[in-house]
Design a binder for this molecule. Structure first.
Ligand code: ZN
Ligand code: ZN
Length: 105
């Protein structure tokens, strides 16, 4: 009697897993999909020719930039070709305010 109840409990657990287990997988796939879309949109914004500072000025993302390592180089604003470090922000040419790296969100 007791043993049979334990068996029924185990079958119930397996049935519950088979019924609802896929929900966890679905949530994981949805989360992964949204993270991929978000990363794609951030990369698209970071690769555009211009971005905007908090005051709305146009800031070029390609040009001559000085890295914190001291190197002055021409190219993409966000990754230094000398030390390979990713920059967190660049200064707006008009108002001097920090413009956040779009790849960082
Ligand atoms: Zn550098
Ligand atoms: Zn500005």
């Amino acid at each position: 009697m007791f043993r049979r109840m334990r068996l029924a409990g185990r079958i119930g657990l397996v049935a519950a897993y088979l019924t609802f287990g896929w929900l966890f997988g679905l949530a994981l796939v949805v989360w992964w999909f949204l993270a991929t879309v978000r990363a794609f949109l951030r990369a698209r914004r970071a690769l555009a020719a211009f971005t905007r500072c908090p005051r709305g000025h146009t800031v070029a993302q390609f040009g001559v930039f000085r890295c914190t390592c001291g190197a002055v180089s021409e190219g993409w604003a966000w990754i230094c070709p000398i030390c390979r470090q990713e920059s967190g922000y660049v200064d707006c040419d008009t108002c001097g305010r920090a413009v956040r790296n779009p790849r960082l969100g």
